[in-house]
Design a protein around this ligand. Structure first.
Ligand SMILES: [Fe+2]
Length: 287
């Protein structure tokens, strides 16, 4: 019996009363699938996962998305991303490490994989070690934000297309954050600015740090509109800040949420989280 406790007026629920370890029953899987459309963010505390069960759980909701860093740098297909500073040998990377710095790109508001031709549907994170201080992830709903727009503004943005570009967004972090082969594997892609949930009809706008420009618009008004939309969505009273607990499994809907990391002291604390993503149905232009 799944119990849902809302986390914020706009979106999100903490879900108890279920052990998510595969195999999931069809009833539970369908209930979670509906809850993704309704709540956008689901946090399941006190779960017991490892990579094998995490990947099996991921497959229950669609096709896992290959990690773009690994694929772009080495051509390998690998489904996990590691968030935090814990190394395979159990040691840690500190604040001065280059990869710690590159991960600060995740501290910009973004939607995972919006720069891919087929962007991700959901991300699934398992938290194993969390810092005592800091390390929260903030989330906002671009569905709630869309609902609050004046009707004239909705009419303006509904037909627009936006270019999303990973090399552009990472250039804000460091000029050498993306290797040449990785950059070549991720050409800029067009995405609809306004997306419609195919099961509920709910609309939201779709942007974030990878959103570079509106197709057919000059740079200045394009940037101004994208920044204005993001500012509206990320006002403090619309932000849900998630304080991670070890043992949690969290699902978020990348189609309609933005998120950002808030940073932590990698010299003082260990942080270890593993993430998979489920691919979307195709290009947003075909939705
Ligand atoms: Fe992310």
């Amino acid at each position: 019996m799944l119990e849902f406790k809302p986390l914020h007026d706009d979106f999100g629920a903490r879900v108890t009363g279920v052990d998510l370890r595969p195999p999931l029953s069809d009833a539970v899987r369908l209930e979670i699938r509906d809850a993704i459309d309704e709540y956008s963010f689901l946090c399941f505390p006190n779960q017991s996962f490892d990579d094998d069960s995490h990947l099996a759980f991921t497959r229950a909701f669609g096709e896992p998305e290959p990690n773009h860093v690994k694929r772009g740098q080495t051509g390998e297909i690998h489904y996990f991303g590691t968030i935090g500073n814990v190394l395979d040998d159990g040691g840690t990377r500190g604040n001065a490490d280059k990869r710690t710095k590159f991960q600060t790109g995740n501290n910009l508001w973004h939607s995972d994989s919006s720069f891919q031709a087929t962007p991700s549907f959901i991300s699934i994170m398992c938290a194993y070690e969390v810092p005592d201080v800091g390390g929260q992830t903030e989330f906002v709903s671009n569905r709630a934000a869309y609902r609050l727009l004046p009707e004239a503004m909705k009419a303006t943005i509904d037909p627009l297309t936006v270019i999303h570009d990973y090399v552009y967004s990472r250039s804000k972090v460091a000029p050498d954050a993306v290797t040449p082969s990785h950059a070549a594997s991720l050409p800029p892609v067009p995405q609809k600015l306004v997306r419609v949930n195919p099961r509920t009809g709910a609309k939201n706008y779709y942007l974030g740090s990878h959103a570079k420009n509106i197709v057919g618009w000059d740079d200045a008004p394009s940037r101004a509109l994208l920044d204005d939309l993001q500012d509206r969505a990320t006002q403090p009273d619309h932000v849900y800040s998630h304080d991670w607990e070890a043992g949690e499994l969290v699902i978020w809907d990348n189609r309609c949420l933005l998120h950002r990391g808030s940073g932590y002291d990698a010299d003082l604390y260990r942080r270890h989280m593993r993430q998979t993503r489920v691919q979307g149905a195709g290009s947003t232009l075909d939705e």
